[in-house]
Design a protein around this ligand. Sequence first.
Ligand code: PMP
Length: 446
Amino acid sequence: MPNNTAEQLATEMPDLQSYWMPFTGNRYFKQNPRLITSAKGMHCYTHDGRELIDAVAGLWCCNAGHCHPKIVEAIKAQAETLDYSMAFQLSHPTVFDLANKVTAMAPEGIDYAFFVNSGSEAVDTALKMALAYHRIRGDASRTRLIGRERGYHGVGFGGISVGGISPNRKMFGTMLPGVDHLPHTHNLSENAYSRGLPKWGAHLADDLENIVALHDASTIAAVIVEPVAGSTGVLLPPDGYLQRLRDICDKHGILLIFDEVITAFGRLGDNFASSRFGVTPDLITTAKGLTSGTVPMGAVLAKSEIYDTFMTGPEGAIEFFHGYTYSGHPLAAAAGCATLDVYKEEGLIERARSMEGKLEDALHSLKGEPHVIDVRNIGMIGAVELEPIAGQPTARAMQVFRDCYDKGVIIRTTGDIIAFSPPLIVADEHIEKMIETVRSSLRALN
Ligand code: PMP
């Protein structure tokens, strides 16, 4: 905190009645509220005046650390200058600057950026782009979409249809038609405690050939995967798996989409997972780290070949009937420009790569602690998987979450997996505190 102590910033608890909270047990939360009232760098401060280390960068998003002064300043300046600009044959300069900065960071050949407001919107936009791309090329029969089990692609109907998490689907009835799923690649009996990419599992990409054989390539528009699946537990791609998917897609004229909502902008110690793994998809979806979580924004990044295909109709006509009121919003664009500048000026992406070994060793030191059955990591992302209790699969991880919060560290849990994704400014002492707190919480488990 710059001036005030955490205790001085403690605030009164608001009336909790009317807010319907997303993705959380509302009734349990309202009995046990935990409110963050301010944040700075690696730390969050609570309503009751406590300081916590943020071991998850908000929700895998505050890569530059909380309330970075340059980003805050850019948002303030933009808010005072231009609050909004509509998109119908009008725009504003900052969003063009941002498109240039993002595509300059992207793998070679990815030269265009389409802005949206979230990861979910980025996914639905990319799926629609893929379908429209084939249609414009006279390939209108390519309508099938392929996702993967344990994939998370946000909460739009496109995203939950290609996603592979049953609780996110089963409340909502019919999904998009014509969707198949590749098998997930998580296999503890083969890959537990791997360092680096898991050695077993690249052959699972060949399932795409089975799907092609079943439906015929002429019906398939796109495959979407997270290069590293984040929300279902930090599942790293087996060595060679992504390249194999790329090769099969190329062979059959299928577009490959990487959902990099979590993995872009330094999270894996490289600009994108695509650059880290040396496999370039046709479309990349991003959000989160694009603005370091400060103002909601997502983007779909596209190869020139895709953009050019859309630009072949009559000039003056709308090329893609899709977009949002707030696409490329000035505040988000200003936050994005400042964020990407901060990553560059402060060398945060290189820093993430250089800290990878430290996080890896620290995480692996948890091997042998009570109930731990796997540890995995890459860049500034890691996970510790716990043995589930039959009939209450999330009980242990939730207990660790609560205990860590009480001891001063915010972690994320997903099922029985504890995830780490600290801001890229993380230092040795934060890693030590994160890991030692989790260790003590594991030892306190019943
Ligand atoms: N895709 C992936 C890979 C994600 O991790 C997320 C969010 N965790 C999303 C899409 C959805 O993003 P949002 O919550 O911003 O809609």
